[in-house]
Design a protein around this ligand. Structure first.
Ligand code: SF4
Ligand code: SF4
Length: 135
């Protein structure tokens, strides 16, 4: 994640690839696995969470996640990392082998809800009597 930007690059290699990446996508969100929602109560709670700004919900390889689309505060104007030498382990472990530079991550998700409305449409299909409280 976010190595050096504006370095002279002739060919794209694993070492120079991040220098070609203009929006540093991998540093602009966090995602957190959550318990698989099953009941109406579970999804009602998810609806509340996704009602908040920049929160998405997705399912990938059978697991559910909350995604917060908030950029890391350490991204500098040129896209590099202000704390590169002290960056957290998760940043060190991230491989640029096949990353968001190659394809937006959401294109591989089983399910992806960008907002309250999209999740609500899904719930009305999944539960015949969605919305009839109490659940
Ligand atoms: S999205 Fe990929 S290419 Fe761009 S900064 Fe992150 S790891 Fe590097
Ligand atoms: S700490 Fe640095 S490498 Fe990690 S997400 Fe933030 S900007 Fe990216």
């Amino acid at each position: 994640m976010s190595a050096r930007k504006n370095i002279p690059v002739e060919v794209m290699t694993p070492e120079t690839k991040c220098g070609f990446c203009t929006n540093t996508s991998c540093c602009t969100y966090i995602s957190q696995e959550i318990d698989t929602p099953r009941s109406k109560e579970d999804f009602d709670f998810l609806l509340w969470q996704i009602s908040h700004r920049d929160i998405r919900v997705y399912k990938d390889e059978g697991s559910w996640y909350l995604l917060a689309e908030n950029a890391c505060t350490h991204i500098q104007a040129d896209g590099s990392c202000a704390i590169y030498d002290d960056r957290p382990q998760i940043c060190r472990d991230y491989s640029n082998d096949y990353c968001e530079f190659d394809e937006p991550a959401e294109e591989g998700f089983e399910l992806y809800f960008k907002d309250y409305g999209e999740l609500l449409v899904y719930l009305k299909k999944r539960f015949k009597r969605w919305g009839q409280r109490p659940y």
